[in-house]
Write a protein that binds this ligand. Structure first.
Ligand code: ZN
Ligand code: ZN
Length: 264
């Protein structure tokens, strides 16, 4: 298994360097962003697999009993959470989901997007990758690349700071403030506006519905909810939209709960 391990991390770094070279080319030719991002996603996927293999060699396989295909980006998430616990936080999960989304969009859909969108998307994935390698794999990837690539890393980090600053100024100007500005799941910048049903990021354009939990009232992104069946009342099926915290907290019997509320 140690051979696979070396190959995974080596491979990951190889893709990362390709990604940076494409990012440098993209400064001249926009469409290179597509390849820069795809290489970056590949680097991330391999780094996640490396973390899984370190936890247990079989965890890298989609079906741990078969040792056939290896696990996908999104399927890696719950495994990483159960093996690394708190060391994988919501930000990490968002970044991985964003990587999967980028790949899907770039491979399966017609490619479009402005430079800000693509470059900030790339920067977000790069930031996650470097931190993941450093914190969870104990590997300083940025410190190992050649000078010209290291400069590119700094350039992209600076660019993201600039976007983030520009977003803050624009939001200030519009009078949109803290509770109505969230960190965007798309680009990771504090620029997702939830005011007046807008529900969109002013940097990358990402949009997602925002809902309130029927139980605790927490307001969050649509993906953070589950619809639970609460039984049948006078011929009508009843459902509740609950946040994941509420879903897992009480192991509530939703049908019984609803019956209680209906019939006292
Ligand atoms: Zn965004
Ligand atoms: Zn809730």
């Amino acid at each position: 298994m140690s051979k696979l391990r070396i190959a995974l991390l080596d491979n990951s770094q190889g893709f990362f360097q390709h990604a940076l070279r494409s990012a440098i080319d993209a400064e001249m030719v926009d469409r290179e962003w597509k390849y820069a991002i795809l290489f970056m996603v590949q680097a991330i996927e391999l780094a996640l697999k490396e973390a899984l293999v370190r936890a247990h060699p079989l965890l890298v396989f989609e079906d741990v009993d078969k040792r056939g295909r290896t696990v996908s980006l999104l399927k890696a998430v719950p495994r990483l959470q159960s093996t690394l616990g708190d060391r994988i936080d919501k930000k990490d999960v968002d970044a991985i989901a964003s990587a999967a989304r980028w790949r899907n969009d770039l491979v399966h859909h017609e490619f479009e997007g402005d430079t800000d969108h693509l470059k900030s998307g790339f920067g977000r994935l790069m930031g996650f990758y470097l931190e993941f390698c450093r914190e969870l794999l104990g590997h300083d990837v940025a410190g190992e690349v050649e000078e010209v690539l290291r400069k590119e890393i700094l350039e992209i980090e600076g660019y993201r700071n600039h976007l983030s600053e520009r977003a803050r100024l624009n939001l200030d100007r519009e009078g949109i403030t803290a509770p109505n500005v969230w960190e965007c799941p798309g680009c990771g910048i504090e620029a997702f506006v939830v005011q007046g049903g807008r529900n969109q990021c002013i940097v990358c354009g990402y949009s997602e519905r925002v809902l309130a939990c029927d139980e605790c009232g927490t307001i969050t992104f649509e993906r953070g909810f589950e619809k639970v069946y609460c039984g049948n009342h006078k011929g009508l099926d009843a459902y509740r939209l609950v946040c994941l915290d509420c879903l897992y907290r009480g192991q509530e019997d939703w049908e019984e709960r609803n019956a209680r509320e209906w019939y006292g």
